[in-house]
Write a protein that binds this ligand. Sequence first.
Ligand code: SF4
Length: 245
Amino acid sequence: MSEISDAPVRISEIFGPTIQGEGLLIGLPTVFVRTGGCDYRCSWCDTLHAVDSEYRGDWKPMSSDDIWAEVTRLSGGVPLTVSLSGGNPAIQPLRGLIARGHRENYRFALETQGSIAKDWFAELDYLVLSPKPPSSGMDTDWAALSNCLEAAGHGPKVALKFVIFDDTDYAYARSASARYPHLPVYLQPGNHTPPPPDDDDAIVDIDGVMDRMLWLVDKVSDDRWFDVRVLPQLHVLLWGNKRGV
Ligand code: SF4
């Protein structure tokens, strides 16, 4: 096993407990550890405060011990599933944090676009790979995504998640899923109106999200795509794009 690094982790925010709002663990109580920095710039990113270097001054380098103290304070010391998010959390040295939490029976779920593989993916409990469709404006490096799967090995439960805005995104999700037929697939309608990061009264186009949700249900039904799950982003329905919930 590789040496455990105590290099600081760049943290955008730690919050919770709340519920995981999407994908594999939707509805599950969790504490979020959101890291700062991302190698992507998706056109519809809803966490710009953890991506754009304009907000770099808000990101704090924290030791695993300090992050852990905050996670245990928020969870009251009761083990739960910690959601490692970003930005792209794969950029950060998270092995030490995961090892620390596992010693106290916490579990770890990480979501990444799959552009950077780390050998410590094998130590996660859940890994959600969320390659970004054409509407994001980003190109997918499929070799990098496969490297992420290889790094995870038989460690975590792995799932694919796609944000869908239109037919082109849907076609992308279908062909991407066909590359990895052994992985469970989650589709979620995107929302078009990311608010400014400091806007506490974030409003999203819920009607648009629900229209896209209904459209997606029809699409998978018409295509007889029956081993997929179509889910809304629960946190968007409950709180819009508000931060820290
Ligand atoms: Fe935002 Fe995720 Fe895209 Fe990074 S990969 S820019 S965090 S949506």
